[in-house]
Design a protein around this ligand. Structure first.
Ligand SMILES: Cc1cc2nc3c(=O)[nH]c(=O)nc-3n(C[C@H](O)[C@H](O)[C@H](O)COP(=O)(O)O)c2cc1C
Length: 172
């Protein structure tokens, strides 16, 4: 475990998450741990930070050099909280973060493509660079009861989240 400052330090990886039933939050935390492990291994000066989408400020985004967005698909779109975060941040950051790295983890019941497309479109407006291709983690929940139940990622899904966090961090 290493000390994670609450202020975003310049050049860091910022992981933004929203989750309704736990899957995207677990993916975000796993990616964060993996990035932290790479940091410890390489003795890097860069940091990794994790913040819930509703708490992320334009200043947080300006300080970071790379972003990992983790959120569910809800009603064929990005979840409302992640969309609200992006709506709030979009114009304050336009033309100010071009070329920075990003990736995305969408959690979904059975699809996820709509949310992934939407996030990519927003990030292409910012001219961000998806050097680490985003993924969809399919939770195979397609009944009301399954959709509303708390979610646990499989070992394979956890490994996918770890790989994205570690790779993005290593590219800083
Ligand atoms: C209101 C609502 C709408 C949803 N809409 C979709 C959808 O359009 N496509 C899909 O694949 N999954 C959909 N789901 C399923 C979630 O994406 C899935 O349960 C995912 O694991 C949620 O991630 P979370 O645990 O991080 O909240 C929906 C879930 C809710 C609660």
């Amino acid at each position: 475990m290493y000390f994670m400052p609450t202020e975003i330090t310049p050049g860091s990886l910022l992981i933004l998450w929203h989750s309704r039933t736990g899957a995207a939050e677990s993916a975000a935390r796993e990616a964060c741990q993996a990035a932290g492990a790479i940091r410890a291994e390489l003795g890097e000066s860069h940091n990794v930070h994790i913040k819930r989408a509703c708490d992320v400020t334009p200043q947080d985004m300006l300080e970071a050099s790379a972003y990992l967005f983790c959120a569910p698909e809800n009603l064929a779109s990005l979840s409302g909280e992640m969309k609200e975060c992006l709506d709030r941040l979009y114009y304050p950051l336009l033309h100010r973060i071009e070329g920075r790295l990003f990736s995305v983890i969408i959690t979904a019941g059975s699809d996820g493509e709509g949310a992934l497309r939407q996030l990519r479109r927003i990030c292409s407006g910012w001219r961000l660079n998806e050097r680490v291709p985003g993924i969809i983690l399919n939770m195979q929940s397609d009944t009301e009861a399954a959709i509303l139940a708390p979610k646990t990622l499989s070992p394979t899904q956890l490994a996918q989240a770890r790989e994205i966090g570690a790779t993005l961090f290593a590219l800083l």
